[in-house]
Design a binder for this molecule. Structure first.
Ligand code: GLC
Length: 741
């Protein structure tokens, strides 16, 4: 179907005002309960479940006693044109069938779901995936997510989330592509392209760049909190991944919950029209975040929900997710003249254009349970989840205990998390299949070499229960190797999961201290969503290794086991800084120097009670081998703005086994009209080298990428001296000077 303006005008001309407003309305199903004496407290149950006070099984049992209202009448009448977060294939088909066959205009629904890390086959969290630095892994995992979601009837994903995250107290750091704008932009570009590129069978999802803008800068790392940042930081740090997504053709942008410069993003005309459309060139539609339209009243910038509906629509917010304020008030706002029908047509036209572009009219209503069954969780998808999982884990410490030697015949696995399927899946995996989840305990058993005995003891959990300590410690004393699985449960990171204290919760550190005193070779595997304050583990010689395994999804158990047994040489590199303490956040590598950078002299910028350097820096990660850098060469150390910097470096694998290195290139603008970061990532490349092998890596960096935005958003490249740094992390680099003239 063509997406010309003519077609859209023609469609609009046949629609009533109600039907046009219906296209601006998105909502999900509602749950009611008619069982006598049984009160459906969905919000309460969700809160309890996400806070670990109600098991997912009990939550499911209670939900099963409720009726799910799919808003059939609203769809049939045309007053609901878009659905949100319906995970059941049959129900998705049912609502789409109503829209396509029963509504007067037969306009298909956008079925929007958070396809953030797979669909039925779950992949690593976005933060974990960004630690792979592997754009092919990003492409493959995104393609699987697209296929599984599409075949299940989904046609719109609320992803990628492109919020730069510099503060580990913010729970949604787990959903972010990390702290660096360049890495995040590269990942976001690949994800938008992959979600949206049409496959032979029409398979494609419309992507959403979210949350616009600077949601990750929430004050104090407290979710939904106000954001106070300068314009040039907004342009240089938070905006680039969204520009990359828009340049890649993202069909939608989701405005963020918070207020920015005193105006809620949801109703900010400067943000949603002047910046997003006029400056950045976005031509899709803007959807609010969940109930964010009505929250403008709570922000105190709308007198009531009618006022909120008016202000949000006129600011450039085209679609209202779940407030129902557009469908309640826009018709009367048009009748009163406060909103024109032209405003409605503009917004509805944007939505219809995307429905046409993404083939919704061509596809109409389809439901093929057999095809769904054959597609989701197929062995190929699970294989890809395993491979991507292995690439996303980061080896943080290894004094030689890993990989586990063949001589270790009795391996003890300790920790509740080791067998907690929900924890392995982690946040934002609501569409995942728990039964398919492979735990670390299961993975270690499946991958154990011949005659190796795997024993399990609960020992400790993410709580203060010490009752399992003694049994676990006595078993540890008889083991050849101990793996202790520590970290966070599934919902200790994610939305509404900010934490002031980044230490391991409960008695975890206490147990690990006692474990280290047994003298048995031990490795800690972390299951967690955010960087944690694990300095005590790093400093403790009795903890021989630390593997940051994040929440790797369906095949996590096998991925971790293959790393621990040495079948896979870990290659992940941190995309976020690990601070020493939560009080040190936000902590990130690409910071300005200040006039008194932290040092031994008293009067310099630092905390008195924690080290100046991060626990683990951006770009850091260990391997079972080692890499040595030499012969950094800048081909053209003096160059003009229209030229390209050419840099070469030699990398050698100095260890006993092959491995993959991520070569990182940073620059520093030494003197500029505004303070510049001490380092900025501008290129990276992965290189696989056999033991003893040397490789040469070459980078080209146009001078046009060496600039920055001044406070009114103008991008400038200024002449002067620069440094270029190349190495295996933001701290281990060779360097050279060059000059722009
Ligand atoms: C949530 C999140 C957003 C998500 C939306 C729909 O509140 O902020 O990222 O896409 O609701 O689930």
């Amino acid at each position: 179907m063509d997406t010309s303006e003519k077609t859209i005008e023609n469609l609009l001309s046949q629609m009533t005002l109600k039907e046009k407003i219906g296209q601006l309305n998105q909502a999900g199903s509602t749950m009611t309960c008619t069982l006598p004496g049984f009160e459906a407290d969905i919000d309460g149950w969700v809160t309890q479940m996400l806070e670990g006070r109600l098991s997912q099984e009990e939550f499911g049992r209670r939900i099963a006693m409720c009726e799910e209202n799919l808003r059939e009448d609203e769809i049939a009448s045309g007053s609901l044109g878009n659905f949100v977060n319906l995970y059941d294939d049959e129900k998705v088909a049912a609502v789409q069938k109503i829209a396509c066959e029963e509504s007067r205009m037969h306009i298909p629904l956008f079925i929007g779901v958070d396809v953030m890390r797979g669909y039925r086959t779950v992949f690593p969290t976005p933060l974990a995936l960004s630690c792979s630095w592997d754009l092919q892994a990003v492409r493959e995992s995104t393609a699987v997510a697209k296929r599984e979601a599409y075949v299940s009837g989904v046609n719109w994903t609320f992803g990628p989330m492109l919020d730069i995250a510099r503060d580990a107290r913010w729970g949604r750091i787990v959903e972010s592509p990390g702290e660096d704008p360049y890495l995040a932009s590269e990942i976001g570009k690949v994800q938008v392209e992959t979600f949206q590129e049409e496959e032979a069978d029409g398979c494609r999802l419309m992507a959403t760049a979210k949350h616009f803008l600077a949601y990750g800068a929430a004050s104090g790392g407290q979710d939904y909190n106000t954001v106070e940042i300068s314009r040039h930081t907004l342009y240089d740090v938070y905006l680039p991944p969204f520009q990359a997504a828009i340049d890649a053709g993202a069909g939608a942008v989701m405005s963020a919950f918070h207020d920015l410069e005193g105006t809620p993003c949801t109703m900010s005309r400067w943000l949603l029209t002047d910046l997003l459309r006029k400056q950045m060139g976005f031509d899709g539609f803007v959807v609010s975040d969940a109930e964010a339209v009505k929250q403008c009243v709570v922000h105190g910038t709308a007198a009531d929900e009618r006022d909120a509906a008016k202000k949000c629509l006129l600011a450039g917010g085209d679609m209202d997710m779940s407030s129902l304020d557009y469908v309640r008030y826009l018709e009367e706002l048009v009748e009163s003249g406060e909103v024109s029908e032209k405003d409605i047509d503009r917004a509805a036209g944007r939505v219809l254009k995307k429905k046409l572009e993404f083939g919704l009219f061509d596809r109409g209503y389809q439901y093929d349970p057999e095809k769904i069954q054959k597609t989701v969780l197929c062995s190929e998808h699970r294989r890809i989840s395993l491979e991507v999982g292995k690439k996303s884990a980061v080896l943080l410490k290894n004094n030689g205990v890993l990989p586990i030697g063949k001589e270790a015949k009795k391996i003890l696995i300790i920790g509740e998390l080791a067998d907690d399927k929900d924890a392995h899946m982690g946040p934002w995996s609501f569409t995942g299949v728990k039964e398919a989840q492979v735990t670390i305990l299961q993975g270690m058993k499946d991958c154990a070499p011949e005659e190796t005995e795997i024993i399990y003891a609960r020992g400790f959990g993410v709580n203060d229960d010490r009752s399992g300590f003694e049994e676990a410690l006595s078993l540890a004393r008889e083991a050849d190797f101990v793996i202790a699985v520590a970290g966070e449960t599934a919902f200790m990171s994610g939305e509404a999961a900010s934490r002031a204290d980044l230490h391991l919760v409960g008695a975890q550190e206490e147990f690990l201290e006692k474990l280290s005193e047994t003298g048995v070779p031990a490795a800690v595997v972390l299951i967690n969503g955010r960087p944690l304050a694990i300095g005590s583990l790093q400093e403790n010689d009795g903890i021989g290794a630390i593997l940051e395994a994040w929440h790797l999804g369906t095949e996590m158990g096998h991925a971790v086991a293959q790393i621990l047994y040495g079948d896979y040489n870990p290659s992940g590199r941190l995309s976020v800084t690990f601070a020493n303490e939560g009080g040190q956040e936000p902590m990130y590598y690409n910071h300005p120097n200040t006039g008194k950078p932290g040092g031994s002299f008293k009067f310099t910028s630092k905390y008195q009670d924690v080290p100046i350097r991060p626990l683990y820096p951006f770009g850091y990660g260990l391997s079972y081998t080692g890499f040595e850098y030499s012969d950094l060469e800048v081909e053209n150390p003096v160059l003009k703005k229209d030229q390209t910097l050419k840099v070469k470096v030699v990398v050698k694998n100095i260890g006993e086994r092959s491995g993959e290195e991520t070569v990182q290139l940073y620059i520093r603008d030494i003197t500029a009209s505004l303070v510049r970061p001490v380092k900025e990532l501008k290129r990276f490349a992965k290189i696989r080298l056999e033991a003893g092998e040397m490789g040469r890596v070459e980078f080209s960096l146009p001078c046009s990428e060496m600039g920055f935005h001044d406070s009114d958003g103008t991008f400038v490249v200024e002449p002067g001296k620069f440094m270029v740094y190349v190495g295996g992390s933001s701290e281990q680099t060779l360097d050279a000077e060059y000059e722009l003239v």
